[in-house]
Design a protein around this ligand. Structure first.
Ligand SMILES: C[S@@+](CC[C@H](N)C(=O)[O-])C[C@H]1O[C@@H](n2cnc3c(N)ncnc32)[C@H](O)[C@@H]1O
Length: 241
């Protein structure tokens, strides 16, 4: 289809890709991409829990030619998908990348793995794909899986890279919200939240948090659905509903 931007994907590709991403998210993704680019932050794109690629493709449309895009999913090994939230399919994902992926040539990799039980080989594979500028977490929704996935994501981020957690405060998946509480009570994580919108919680490393929250608030404050709140000891811009 030769889609050249996030906005073209949103108009011509996004509606055709099955998955769970709120249509209002595009504005926030573009905003964060602009903040990263202004600060010279570069790196790969990654996601745990890819399904047919609706979110991965959105992030791929923010990548530059030659960037690495890494998809981690159990794919056809559905015996390891214990909460049944979307049956991953490598074939559908690759077909959607072919149909709706960016025209810029990107370096894709597909890692078939259970994210809570990554082997040392799979961890090494992931390390060679980073460091990451965007890493989306949307695999199994239990507290244990999600907390493990957040730790995996933080470990391969570039400074100023963003972790995007799906289904936070989503009443059908309470394990995700519980996972963030586990993260801050059981561990000393190096990432802090700075933006919550449309059931996605965005995190960045400690050194960058104030910059990202200030930039988001500067752009989003005029919206009637935006509020500056405090969460886990951090200022966070929250857009709701
Ligand atoms: C909710 S869907 C992801 C939706 C997707 N991010 C989108 O943009 O539409 C969840 C995905 O996680 C995968 N999954 C479930 N358990 C997993 C696990 N333990 N490790 C890796 N992937 C898993 C499923 O196969 C499924 O593709």
């Amino acid at each position: 289809m030769n889609l050249k931007s996030l906005e073209e994907y949103w108009e011509f590709g996004f509606p055709n890709v099955e998955g769970w991403v709120d249509t209002r998210l595009a504005v926030c993704l573009r905003l964060i991409d602009n903040v990263q680019r202004a600060a010279g932050i570069v790196g790969g794109i990654g996601e745990i829990g890819v399904y047919h690629g609706k979110m991965l493709l959105a992030l791929a449309h923010l990548a530059s030619a030659g960037d690495k895009v890494t998809a981690i999913d159990v794919f056809e090994d559905q015996a390891r998908n214990i909460d049944g939230a979307g049956v991953g399919s490598l074939g559908r994902l690759q077909e959607n990348i072919r149909l709706y992926g960016p025209s810029a040539s990107l370096d894709y990799s597909f890692i078939k793995a259970d994210s809570i039980a990554l082997t040392s080989h799979e961890r090494e594979q992931l390390a060679t794909r980073g460091p990451f500028r965007f890493f989306s977490v949307d695999g199994c929704h239990t507290a244990e899986h999600t907390c493990t996935d957040l730790l995996t994501a933080q470990d391969c981020l570039t400074p100023g890279g963003i972790v995007i957690l799906d289904d936070f405060y989503q009443p059908h998946w309470p394990g995700v919200t519980e996972a963030v509480s586990l993260l801050y009570s059981r561990y000393v994580p190096r990432i802090k939240p700075f933006l919550y919108c449309f059931h996605k919680l965005f995190f960045v490393g400690y050194g960058w948090q104030a910059h990202f929250v200030d930039q988001c608030w500067q752009h989003l404050a005029p919206r009637s659905d935006a509020k500056l709140i405090e969460m886990y000891g951090s200022r966070v811009v929250s857009c709701y509903p």
